[in-house]
Design a protein around this ligand. Structure first.
Ligand SMILES: NC(=O)c1ccc[n+]([C@@H]2O[C@H](COP(=O)([O-])OP(=O)(O)OC[C@H]3O[C@@H](n4cnc5c(N)ncnc54)[C@H](OP(=O)(O)O)[C@@H]3O)[C@@H](O)[C@H]2O)c1
Length: 353
């Protein structure tokens, strides 16, 4: 009896294990192929490359052998990045750029074409946050955020698409956010700019189809909250330190942006949290909005420690926040521990201990 059961088990388990091994082997082989893919001679422009996701994408594309043109306002960080890209086998050029200025973005295009002759991939990644009750954020901060997050993407898209039409091919990747689809309380103008970035990309896809430019692609990447120096560069008028809901590691969004450069689709949601939030919001938008508001209020206002108001890097770049990772998760963990510790002391005091 036991032998019969064992042989039955072996009869269905063996082919299952064999297929799992084949599928696993193919996935590993494909992952290795992808990581070893070479981009020699491919020219990529990346805005917002001095820190965070842009820096991560520039390093990754450089390691794949691409010509990488890095743009942002902090010139010394761009120059350091160029050296790092050279050290890992890529070719790089730094062009100091404020994306809110059309003439700066035109110079970025001209410097790239002068050096490399063409542009294959343009990534509009530069962007900042503005956190707090809408009415407490100064109007000049809202206006500047729109100039950078939306104005910068329009400048970059306009100049890149002119170039791609002349070449007959090219890929434009715009970095949106999960907030392109699922807006959050206390992020009103940020979420509005990111929704506009997605909308812009969708209209451009339609126009390219109408113009029969089949080799020109536009993709929008929508990361979930991600552990980068985003929190240190955002304007923050919430009265509390910047909190991000269950942030992903930066590598996840960097991987997806690089993937979008090579395999552009209309929209790329990054990770399961972004996919679940998107699906929930589509299915039950009212409940989704109420839940998002409650979570954000508890996280950003009720539980976060006090912090002084700041316009962050909106009006001028700040020195702090130079790496790809931001260590936001570590900071939030320390803040939560301190809060629990204080609460334990308060409870002990209440009991007269
Ligand atoms: N981290 C997140 O939770 C998250 C989630 C979803 C989407 N995103 C998006 O991801 C993108 C990258 O952000 P990040 O998370 O990597 O944060 P980050 O480290 O603060 O990166 C922002 C980059 O934009 C550049 N920048 C800011 N203003 C600029 C301007 N006027 N002209 C040119 N460059 C400018 C900054 O460099 P300089 O200061 O040197 O100019 C920096 O390199 C942004 O579009 C952001 O909205 C982030």
């Amino acid at each position: 009896m036991t032998t019969a059961r064992t042989s039955n088990w072996a009869a269905w388990a063996a082919p299952l294990l064999a297929s799992a091994a084949v599928v696993g082997g193919v996935a590993l082989w494909r992952a290795r192929q992808r990581s070893q893919r070479r981009l020699d001679g491919v020219t990529c422009v990346i805005t917002g490359a001095s820190s965070g996701l842009g820096r991560g994408v520039a390093l990754r594309l450089g390691a794949m052998g691409a010509n990488v043109v890095v743009a942002a306002r902090r010139t010394p960080l761009l120059e350091q990045l160029v050296d790092e890209i050279h050290a890992c086998g890529g070719i790089a050029l730094a062009v100091t750029t404020d994306v809110s200025r059309a003439d700066d973005v035109q110079r970025l295009r001209d410097a790239t074409v002068e050096r490399f002759g063409r542009i294959d991939i343009w990534v509009n990644n530069a962007g900042l946050g503005a956190i707090g009750p809408f009415w407490d954020i100064p109007l000049e901060d809202h206006a500047r955020l729109v100039d950078i997050n939306l104005g910068g993407v329009i400048h970059g898209s306009h100049i890149a698409l002119h170039q791609f039409r002349a070449q007959g091919r090219g890929t434009l990747v715009n970095v949106g956010s999960i907030e392109s689809e699922v807006p959050l309380a206390y992020h009103a103008s940020y979420a509005a700019t990111k929704a506009a970035v997605l909308s812009l990309g969708r209209s451009l896809v339609q126009e390219l189809r109408l113009a029969q430019l089949r080799d020109v692609h536009v993709a929008t990447v929508m990361p979930w909250a991600t552990d980068t120096p985003f929190d240190r560069h955002a304007a923050n008028h919430s009265g509390h330190s910047v909190q991000l809901p269950l942030p992903d590691g930066a590598a996840k969004a960097v991987d997806r942006i690089v993937h979008a450069c090579l395999h552009p689709q209309r929209r790329h949601l990054v990770g399961w949290k972004a996919k679940a939030a998107y699906a929930g919001h589509r299915l039950l938008p009212g409940l989704g909005d109420r839940t998002a508001a409650r979570i954000e209020h508890a996280l950003q206002i009720e539980r976060a420690p006090a912090a002084a108001p700041t316009s962050g890097a909106l009006h001028a770049p700040v020195v702090d926040g130079r790496a790809v990772e931001g260590h936001v998760r570590e900071r939030m963990r320390l803040e939560a521990n301190a809060r629990d510790h204080d609460r334990a002391w308060d409870d002990a005091g209440a009991w007269g201990v």
